[in-house]
Design a protein around this ligand. Structure first.
Ligand code: GLA
Length: 385
């Protein structure tokens, strides 16, 4: 956890005033991958790595922002929106502020200092952590009113689309805004309804294994997968006219009509249709405290992402192979968009040491470097400290 007192001190030394402190977490997705932009179900949890925003109100509409290590200091004016897609961290910050204003949330100027221990480029949604900590800070400085968290999340997603140029779904911003301690968050990505699912598992640990592979292919391949899913919907509508998104196709219907599609569209759709079913089954397994079943579904999810959706990579596949061959591992899978980043492992507490050792050893043997491994409990979404 970041040292809040030192964040406060740096803020004082930069701006000479006392700040309010806000933060939002990174996330791992437990199951429900590449379902959010298909109106489906996702089950992420917030992790205990956070981005902290220290913020003080100004009397004008200027925003000054500085950070420890993230990027150089910047300044912008809420009344004179700058260009989009500058390839700088301002895309996230100014983008989120402008998208909040577009949702009729009137902001005030602010001095900001930002620090984070969410690794960036690791598929743990450091960008959503930045957007949601900033959105909470800016809206809290502007008014005592509690703006609906869903509004903050949608503004963050809009910033990704318009300012950053990433056509992401809503999972990352939703869990960064709405996650709860010791709970995973079931998101219905059509209705935007969220349900906290108790996930404090006595005797078991969520272990995150960062392959260190930066997902460079991710953006182009992500957009291609989205288009393939869309194409699948168009084709399936010929036989199932009520289908609006892959969410509307049951596993039984897909078994009946899937053969009318050609690959790769057929495989992409099969992943999404079966992944939605797995996600709801996984929630049911948790309600029965059945971690073995939950873990089995995690592994099936990985296989589907590997062979049908084709978004894994050799490093992710090896980590899952190694983990699932160890004693005390309920399940393992890649998490996030894919093409690199992290795996998420559900592991018996007493097996954490041996499993981590095996992952480091086998990964080093094959790829000549060590993965970063850390445990996390399910933590709280965006908060003021
Ligand atoms: C990225 C996106 C999310 C989601 C995942 C895949 O993390 O930001 O919206 O689509 O990929 O599940």
């Amino acid at each position: 956890m970041l040292d809040l007192a030192s964040v406060q001190n740096v803020f004082r030394s930069v701006y000479g005033t006392d700040p309010r402190l806000f933060s939002a977490p990174g996330r791992v997705n437990l199951i429900g991958e590449h379902t959010d932009y298909n109106d489906g179900f996702a089950l992420p949890m917030a992790i205990d790595r956070r981005t902290v925003v220290a913020a003080a109100k100004r009397t004008d509409r200027k925003v000054r922002v500085t950070s420890n290590g993230i990027a150089k200091s910047e300044e912008f004016d809420l009344d004179r929106p700058g260009p989009k897609r500058r390839n700088s961290w301002l895309d996230y910050i100014e983008g989120t502020a402008q998208c909040l204003e577009m949702r009729n949330i009137k902001l005030v100027g602010a001095d900001l200092f930002i620090e984070s221990d969410v690794p960036s480029g690791a598929g743990l949604s450091s960008s959503a952590a930045l957007e949601m900590s900033l959105a909470l800070a800016m809206t809290s400085l502007a008014s005592n009113e509690d703006f609906p968290r869903v509004e903050l999340a949608l503004a963050g997603q809009a910033a990704e689309h318009a300012y950053v140029g990433t056509m992401c779904g809503i999972m990352d911003q939703f869990v960064a805004a709405l996650g709860q301690t010791d709970h995973a968050l079931l998101i219905d990505c059509r209705t935007l309804e969220t349900t906290p699912i108790p996930f404090a598992v006595p005797g078991a640990v969520i272990l995150i294994c960062d392959t260190g592979v930066k997902h460079e292919l991710a953006t182009s391949q992500y957009n291609r997968r989205r288009a393939e899913c869309q194409r699948g919907v168009e084709l399936l509508r010929r036989v199932l006219p009520d289908v609006r998104a892959l969410r509307d196709v049951s596993v039984a219907q897909f078994e009946q009509y899937g053969e009318t599609l050609a690959d790769p569209v057929r495989k992409r759709c099969r992943h999404v249709v079966t992944e939605n079913a797995r996600t709801l089954d996984a929630v049911h397994a948790l309600s029965e405290d059945d971690l073995s079943e939950f873990g089995r579904l995690m592994v099936l999810s990985h296989r589907s992402l590997q062979h049908d959706y084709e978004v894994t990579c050799p490093e992710l596949d090896l980590c899952v192979e190694v983990a699932t061959s160890q004693e005390g591992v309920y399940g393992a899978r890649m998490t996030g968009g894919g093409f690199g980043g992290c795996t998420v492992n559900l592991v018996k507490r007493e097996a954490v040491g041996p499993v981590s050792d095996a992952l480091r050893r086998e990964f080093e043997r094959r790829f000549g470097k060590r993965p970063e491994i850390f445990a996390s409990r399910a933590s709280q979404g965006a908060i003021e400290h």
